[in-house]
Design a protein. Structure first.
Length: 209
């Protein structure tokens, strides 16, 4: 079974308190989403393999650790996942970026695909799927399925806020996928939104509501 990692770093908790507030401005919300994603990326990449290399400091030769050439990719789920990209790329600038476009049907709450563009060598890469909200889990489940269909077998899911229902769906559908989230909230309401949550992340990132 994939692991669930809930971040409890004080900086993440503080920033979460700001974006949860309904009166937080679009500018501040967008900036903090990116900052939280960067802090989460630090934790989510903790087990990346490293290797010894010999370098020369101003004083002597030294054996140091560097990443062992691991191929990485990040795949935001459009559109809200775009808000997390810059924060992740700041830490892993050589990662390739794919995009998956899904929207949730307001009647059935099921995901509908409208766009999918991934790196050609996605099957050779460790993939981080980005989506601020893991609510019903339908969109994330579908996105992970699309990536697996292209040969990828190493996938991690990063969310800002998750609901127990979404976590359960991913763990049942993709038991090999680890989930990293900044908060695990109480439940979903009758409209499929996370409670207490922060509202619609996409609308708040892009100022469309």
């Amino acid at each position: 079974m994939g692991q669930l990692y809930v971040m409890n770093h004080p900086l993440i908790l503080h920033k979460l308190s700001i974006i949860r507030e309904k009166d937080t401005s679009v500018k501040e919300f967008r900036e903090i989403i990116s900052e939280i994603a960067s802090l989460m990326c630090y934790e989510a990449t903790r087990d990346l393999p490293v290797e010894d290399v010999v370098i020369e400091t101003p004083l002597a030769k030294a054996t140091v650790k560097r990443l062992a050439g691991k191929k990485l990719a990040i795949v935001p789920i459009l559109r809200a996942g775009l808000g997390m990209v810059d924060g992740v790329i700041e830490l892993i600038p050589n990662a390739k970026i794919g995009h998956i476009g899904l929207y949730r049907d307001p009647e059935t709450l099921m995901p509908v695909e409208y766009y999918c563009k991934l790196p050609n060598d996605i099957g050779e890469r460790d993939v981080f799927v980005l989506d601020p909200m893991l609510a019903t889990g339908g969109s994330a489940e579908a996105a992970i399925t699309f990536i697996k269909q292209r040969g990828c077998r190493s996938i991690r899911l990063m969310n800002i806020i998750a609901a127990p229902e979404g976590v359960k769906k991913i763990q049942e559908a993709h038991p090999d996928v680890d989930i990293y989230t900044a908060a695990l909230d109480d439940c979903l309401n009758d409209h499929g939104y996370i409670v207490p949550g922060l509202g619609d992340a996409g609308d708040r990132i892009f100022g469309t509501k």
